[in-house]
Design a binder for this molecule. Structure first.
Ligand code: NDP
Length: 452
């Protein structure tokens, strides 16, 4: 049987674009790709990229005070959201065009339309046009989830945060994960009065407890009003804003309420039901280690599979899929020891096991230090950084590394290489320090602070 395409990709985000580019450009497959929104997906259009630019924008407020302490004559200025937003939009246009250019150069045919599956080898575009394909890759990502409660329609999600007409004066952020904590810090840095409600006992569940506490303390010291064990019962529109009635009995008014309470896979209405594809929690597509679904011709990568919802993971899954299916090189992405960073202020960089998770697996030694870094200490700021290594007492391997520090995202990338290579604590110790840096503490911690 002949097909219109060797591969049809649904979704032009990180995973789909990489798979399409490699299948076509590297392996010569005939590839079509459909995207209903803007090319680049969540990461480029409404996630990592615009978020990081907002992190940079918000970081300048603290720098002026520091610069003054270093002798600079500088006066705090005013942040103009509209100026920033216009530049942000231009940058996203540039990136979107670059993504399109990459696909074009690789020979991929792009369809700017929503695509759904008709059967295991056919897709239909919103225009009604149909194509057959030997393989179909579902890379449709996810979308913000806002729970149903009275007044939930008054809340915005992260999607709307990049398009605000004006910055609010008072904002409530609900949730304790990556997105909630990052936006709480961004808004705070941009001069917004920020409260954060989280239903659990401590924000950033899943990360190392000591590191979570360190970030939360720094966020509070930075002026964010974090309320743990607190959730919103209802939201009401008022003359001046939005009143939040909380489970702790408080009633407060805000100008903006951001819900960052997780994301759900985009699987609804795709036509997958009835084809034999299996679904897991929240509708995620169940795949094997080669990203193949229960239907042999249908594969899925990225957030729609809910394995680890991070851009670089989707990219690697997409690449591995293309190599496996079109390059005759069976490749399974290894989801172990994936490092990540939470772009709070300060950042949290993390790889491997938390102290709590490692304790459950065997005897460990914990090496940890918290100190005032040179740069901000000189400026008289109380900021402290945390450097922590979790070491197996049996193998001496470093099982986890957790950093709370400016640029922790940059540092953890490098620590992750050593840890993936199986570095022991003695390998870290043998490595000569780079002085004077914050990261040198990682190779100079001689004695464990505790064993367990
Ligand atoms: P997370 O899953 O990280 O966090 C969701 C938060 O919302 C948790 O604190 C959760 O509480 C809370 N929550 C969930 N449901 C409810 C509810 N019904 N009522 C009140 N609170 C609720 O999701 P995010 O939205 O922050 O981010 C989605 C994913 O995107 C992340 O998992 C991450 O993989 C990715 N991401 C990565 C970034 C990075 O790498 N820097 C940045 C942004 C996103 P509880 O803990 O109790 O479940």
């Amino acid at each position: 049987m002949t097909f219109d395409y060797d591969l049809f990709v649904i979704g032009g985000g990180s995973g789909g674009v990489r798979a399409a580019r490699v299948a076509s450009g590297d392996w010569g497959a005939r590839v079509g790709l459909a995207e209903e929104s803007r090319m680049g997906g969540t990461c480029v259009i409404r996630g990592c990229v615009p978020k990081k630019l907002m992190v940079f924008a918000s970081g300048f407020s603290g720098m002026i005070e520091e610069a003054q302490a270093y002798g600079w004559t500088l006066q705090p200025g005013r942040f103009d959201w509209r100026t920033f937003r216009a530049r942000l939009e231009a940058e996203l246009d540039r990136l979107e065009a670059a993504y399109r250019g990459t696909l074009q150069a690789a020979g991929v045919t792009v369809h700017d339309a929503r695509a759904t599956l008709v059967d295991a080898h056919r897709v239909r575009l919103a225009s009604g046009q149909e194509f057959s394909a030997k393989h179909i890759l579902v890379a449709t990502g996810g979308q913000p989830f806002v729970p149903a409660f009275p007044g939930s329609e008054l809340a915005v999600s992260s999607n709307e945060m990049f398009h605000l007409d004006a910055l609010p004066r008072r904002a409530l952020v609900v949730g304790g994960g990556y997105i909630a904590s990052e936006f709480a810090c961004i808004l705070n840095g941009l001069g917004v009065e920020v409260s954060q409600f989280y239903r659990g006992a401590q924000i950033l569940r899943g990360f190392d407890d000591e590191a979570r506490g360190h970030v939360a303390n720094a966020m509070r010291a930075g002026g964010i009003d974090i309320h743990c064990g607190t959730d919103v019962m209802r939201l009401e529109k008022t003359a001046a804003g939005i009143r939040a009635i909380a489970t702790d009995g408080s009633e407060r008014e805000f100008d903006l309420v951001l819900y960052a309470t997780g994301r759900r896979p985009n699987t609804g209405g795709l036509g997958l039901e009835g084809l034999g594809v299996e679904f897991g929690r929240d509708g995620r597509i169940v795949v094997d280690r080669y990203s193949q679904t229960a239907v042999p011709s249908i594969f899925a990568v990225g957030d729609v599979t809910g394995r680890i919802n991070l851009t670089p993971v989707a990219i690697r899954e997409g690449h591995a899929f293309a190599d496996t299916v079109f390059g005759a090189k069976p490749t399974a992405f290894d989801h172990e020891l994936v490092a990540s960073a939470v772009f709070t202020q300060p950042e949290l960089g993390s790889v491997g096991l938390s102290e709590e998770a490692a304790r459950a697996e065997g005897p460990i030694a914990v090496y940890s230090t918290a100190f005032r870094p040179m740069k901000t200490a000189f400026a008289g700021k109380p900021d402290r950084v945390l450097m922590k290594l979790i070491v197996s007492q049996t193998t001496r391997k470093v099982l986890g590394c957790h950093l709370v520090a400016p640029e922790a995202g940059e540092m953890i990338q490098l620590a992750a290489i050593a840890i993936r290579m199986g570095a022991t604590k003695e390998d870290f110790d043998r490595t000569c320090a780079v002085h004077p840096t914050m990261a040198e503490e990682l190779v100079t911690m001689r004695k464990p602070v505790r064993t367990a």
